[in-house]
Design a protein around this ligand. Structure first.
Ligand SMILES: Nc1ncnc2c1ncn2[C@@H]1O[C@H](COP(=O)(O)OP(=O)(O)OP(=O)(O)O)[C@@H](O)[C@H]1O
Ligand SMILES: [Mg+2]
Length: 317
């Protein structure tokens, strides 16, 4: 799936701003960005539900609306799905299946796959948020599509559900499918996605292998407690590291725990604690997207007016 100069304007609002990226088969691509970054808008254009103002999207080599049997080409889970509350999960899926000539046995298969087989005949109006998400995933899988576009599939899932969807998505990618999903949860994406695309205010901020993102995000520090902490701090600084002393401990940045331990041994200093720590991935992600947050909790009318946009960092890129 390829997006090329993809742009969507709603009146004066540039929701998606010249995005070019690809999601490849065989891997899970995570699509991240703060609220209002343009993720859902991008995904709607990917599945042909919204028309780009400019640029193109190609799914399996074709424009999304050009697909004769869309359920077989691209399976989608989007925001604000409308479900008939009085219908059962099974009848909902059966009516969807009918539109693409998909048989009833496939409906039973996907119900099993998403763990809804036992409640398949219950009214969807009585479903919890997580059950609704599972039903949405079932609908996306119905046509056994080569490409999956899932907008926040983790929302509303409990821990068990999160683990389930993680292994489901990894399995689908391993079968050679293109799996593209959005999320706000950087930590979850770090273990689910192979590749990461980060957007902010409609613009591309990152497009790289997850391993590279994690590597760049990582600030390794070592927490140290030792018999002569002041002396060790001077040795460590002498070796080029930055030290932050606090009480009987120090945090060292720029030197490995092996190196610190060796320095201590050389000076006959007894180490009580030597623990490498990684800066939180969430911190790195927040730092990356901070400049492009569409609205903040203290910005009461950020979504309603455009004043916030004009006064912010529009010209920064
Ligand atoms: N139909 C619409 N009409 C007008 N503006 C819209 C419409 N849909 C989205 N927008 C605006 O486009 C921007 C991007 O919205 P979008 O829903 O794509 O963001 P998102 O990244 O999915 O956010 P979230 O994380 O909250 O789901 C927002 O500023 C939003 O207000
Ligand atoms: Mg969204």
């Amino acid at each position: 799936m390829d997006a090329s100069s993809l742009t969507k304007r709603y009146g004066a609002k540039l929701a998606v701003d010249d995005l070019t990226f690809s999601a490849r088969p065989g891997i899970v691509t995570g699509f991240l960005g703060p609220n209002g970054a343009g993720k859902s808008t991008t995904m709607r254009m990917m599945v042909g539900l919204d028309r780009p103002t400019d640029g193109t999207v190609r799914v399996n080599g074709r424009a999304p609306h050009a697909h004769a049997a869309p359920l077989n080409e691209v399976g989608a889970l989007l925001e604000a799905r409308s479900l008939h509350p009085g219908r059962s999960a099974r009848s909902h899926l059966r009516s969807l299946a009918l539109t693409s000539g998909i048989g009833r046995s496939r409906v039973d298969q996907v119900l099993e796959l998403v763990g809804l087989a036992d409640v398949a005949d219950k009214r969807v109006g009585s479903f919890s948020l997580g059950m609704g998400q599972r039903l949405g995933v079932a609908a996306a899988l119905l046509g056994d599509p080569a490409t999956l576009v899932l907008d926040e599939p983790i929302n509303g899932l409990d821990l068990d559900g999160i683990r389930w969807i993680r292994s489901l998505l990894r399995g689908l990618a391993a079968e050679g499918r293109t799996v593209f999903l959005s999320s706000h949860l950087m930590g979850e994406m770090a273990i689910t996605a192979d590749h990461v695309i980060v957007v902010g205010k409609g613009r591309l901020l990152r497009d790289q292998p997850m391993a590279d993102f994690l590597q760049e995000a990582r600030v390794e520090t070592v927490r140290v407690r030792a018999s002569s902490i002041g002396q060790l701090a001077r040795l460590v600084e002498g070796a080029g590291a930055a030290v932050e002393l606090g009480g009987d401990a120090m945090i060292v940045e720029g030197l490995s725990s092996d190196h610190i331990g060796t320095l201590a041994a050389g000076a006959q200093i007894t180490i009580f604690e030597l623990s490498p720590q990684s800066a939180s991935l969430e911190d790195a992600y927040l730092a990356l997207t901070r400049e492009s947050v569409d609205f903040r909790a203290d910005d009461h009318d950020g979504r309603l007016g455009h004043a916030a946009d004009m006064s912010s960092d529009e010209g920064a890129a």
